[in-house]
Design a protein around this ligand. Structure first.
Ligand SMILES: [Zn+2]
Length: 427
């Protein structure tokens, strides 16, 4: 039995076709919802009062080798419910038809999802192009992730730690599933009571990895008394390396004496280093004043009051942890140093030229970084090893002593063996 092909059978059920035409190589079908009422998404009240209409373009399944775009003429309704906060809402379509704000119909989205699952991102994207469903590889991944089911197995092992909304201003707590390596939730603050309430609602948790402060430990002990608490690896490493750095800082005076760099010649320093050196002199003045007070038996509280320095600073000075001259950060230059040394050795000694060449190799730092390096290098070559009054910072020494052997470059390895072997390399 023959049956006429209806235009409405080409579009998802629930839409009425208004018009259809070709635009370039696409088939455009203008549709509207068949119903005459809208349901307010906030309060569920039925509304017949249309406020306005607007057009949405969404992609649908291809037709005869052409991409199909539905031009959906959607309505905005007024909500008449007295207590509803929403005055105007856009119409929602039937389940499985078209999601709010979606750019694809649900039936196309489902095919995109299956393509993504079967072929992965890039192959699925090129196959989809041949099927006239143009989607990017990123979209495919997004659809697969969005439609992925949340894990149903109960939480067993979690990690909890501070998390910064804005560093130094506002902190929250982050909780991760350590078995799945996924963030589970962000709590609005880092109060023990908030963490405790959340933990109490998840009694299946058996192991909690946390920092070494008391807050989260206390919350866990109260909410999950049977759970095992472990210090997480990151915090152990962080605490250990900080303790090691403090130990090196304490020994800086002796290190300087051994290397023979007890005096620093400001003439040999670059502008940035001179600023740091001036800061060091100021710090030393403060250290001497604090130590004199401490030796005369003044309690720490009194020293804080007399000198106006913070308690932490006074404590560091008394413990001898403030003798570092140069404080260095991880430099953007570190990984390029071997290359720069090669260029220098082969005769290229112009800072701007070195910068241009290094930039071509992917260096993203500024010209100033390279020209400062070249200046230091030039000065270092001018003076002999005896006159070079420069030793690495405590941080650098601590790093050289703790870094894995395989990660050391040849030169830093040399320096670790004997700092005087490579006197012309300045860090
Ligand atoms: Zn409403």
């Amino acid at each position: 039995m023959q049956q006429a092909l209806q235009r409405s059978s080409l579009v998802p059920r629930g839409f009425v076709v208004e018009n259809a035409y070709y635009e370039d190589n696409k088939a455009v079908i203008a549709v509207r919802a068949s119903g005459s009422v809208g349901l307010c998404p906030s309060c569920g009240t039925v509304s017949r009062r249309v406020h306005s209409r607007y057009r949405r373009r969404v992609t649908d399944l291809p037709l005869s080798g052409r991409i199909v775009q539905l031009l959906v003429i959607a309505r905005r309704f007024r909500c008449d419910a007295v207590l509803c906060g929403r005055q105007i809402f856009t119409e929602r379509f039937a389940e499985g038809l078209l999601e709010p704000s979606a750019r694809r119909t649900t039936r196309l989205d489902s095919i995109v999802h299956h393509l993504g699952l079967a072929l992965g991102d890039r192959p699925a994207a090129s196959f989809a192009k041949r099927l006239m469903l143009p989607v990017s590889k990123d979209t495919l991944l997004r659809v697969v992730r969005r439609r992925g089911r949340p894990p149903a197995d109960p939480l067993r092992v979690i990690g909890i730690d501070d998390w910064a909304w804005r560093r130094n201003h506002r902190y929250a707590s982050i909780i991760c599933n350590l078995e799945r390596r996924r963030v589970i939730t962000l709590l609005p603050d880092r109060e023990p009571a908030t963490a405790q309430a959340w933990l109490a609602a998840h009694p299946t948790i058996a192991i909690v990895a946390r920092d070494r402060g008391g807050g989260y430990g206390e919350a866990t002990a109260k909410a999950l008394p049977h759970a095992v608490q472990v210090a997480d690896r990151w915090h152990l490493m962080e605490n250990a390396s900080r303790a090691f750095l403090n130990a090196v800082r304490k020994s800086m005076r002796q290190i300087r004496i051994v290397i023979g760099a007890t005096t620093i010649d400001p003439k040999l320093l670059t502008a940035a280093e001179r600023l740091q050196y001036e800061g060091y002199l100021r710090r030393e003045e403060a250290n001497v004043a604090i130590l004199a007070l401490s030796k005369s038996g003044t309690p720490m509280k009194q020293i804080v009051r007399l000198t106006g320095y913070s308690r932490q600073l006074v404590r560091q000075a008394i413990r001898g942890e403030r003798h570092d001259v140069f404080r260095t950060r991880q430099s953007s230059l570190d990984q390029h140093l071997p290359w720069l040394d090669d260029q220098w050795a082969s005769g290229c000694r112009n800072g701007a030229e070195l910068w241009r060449r290094l930039k071509a190799c992917g260096f993203r730092g500024s010209l100033r970084v390279i020209s400062e390096w070249a200046t230091r290098r030039r000065r270092a070559e001018r003076v002999d090893a005896q006159n070079l009054q420069r030793i690495p910072s405590a941080r650098k020494i601590a790093r050289l002593m703790t870094i894995g052997r395989d990660l050391l470059t040849n030169e830093s390895w040399q320096r670790r063996l004997c700092p005087q072997c490579a006197p012309k390399r300045i860090c």
